[in-house]
Design a protein around this ligand. Structure first.
Ligand SMILES: [Zn+2]
Ligand SMILES: [Zn+2]
Length: 138
């Protein structure tokens, strides 16, 4: 074990622990549910100038390795997060706040569409849209 858990995660995933990759993981740990632009500025705060493409490449590699989850709430930019377990999101229409809630997929009885069309379902993404407490109080 090294002192740096992100370094270990990268090694376990078979990825080299490059500075930009480590910075992407740190940026996401500091701001969960960041979009690509927020990740980019978080990375630049940590390691100085890194090209947009380099950061996108990191996000692709980390997502493919299962270290980062990518999700998209309708009408919002693609977001990235370190939590890769099954969970859903509460989303505020007004300020865009996102909150993690336990996923419905592992709940029993498992909710399924009325017609599965023969699909074997192994993942479901649910976004509950509404208004957060801060935006509800005038
Ligand atoms: Zn809000
Ligand atoms: Zn989340």
């Amino acid at each position: 074990m090294t002192a740096d858990p992100f370094r270990d995660r990268l090694h376990h995933a078979g990825l080299r622990a490059t500075k930009p990759r480590l910075a992407v993981l740190e940026a996401l740990s500091a701001s969960p549910h960041a979009d690509a632009a927020a990740v980019l500025s978080g990375v630049r705060d940590r390691v100085g100038h890194v090209s947009r493409q380099a950061v996108y490449d990191c996000l692709d590699a980390l997502t493919a390795a299962g270290l980062v989850r990518r999700f998209r709430a309708t009408g919002a930019a693609t977001r990235f997060e370190l939590r890769t377990d099954d969970h859903d999101h509460l989303a505020c229409r007004s300020c865009g706040a996102l909150v993690d809630v336990p996923g419905v997929l592992h709940r029993l009885p498992r909710p399924t569409p009325a017609d599965q069309h023969g699909f074997t379902i192994d993942e479901a993404e649910v976004v509950y849209w509404g208004t957060c407490p801060a935006c509800s109080t005038p």
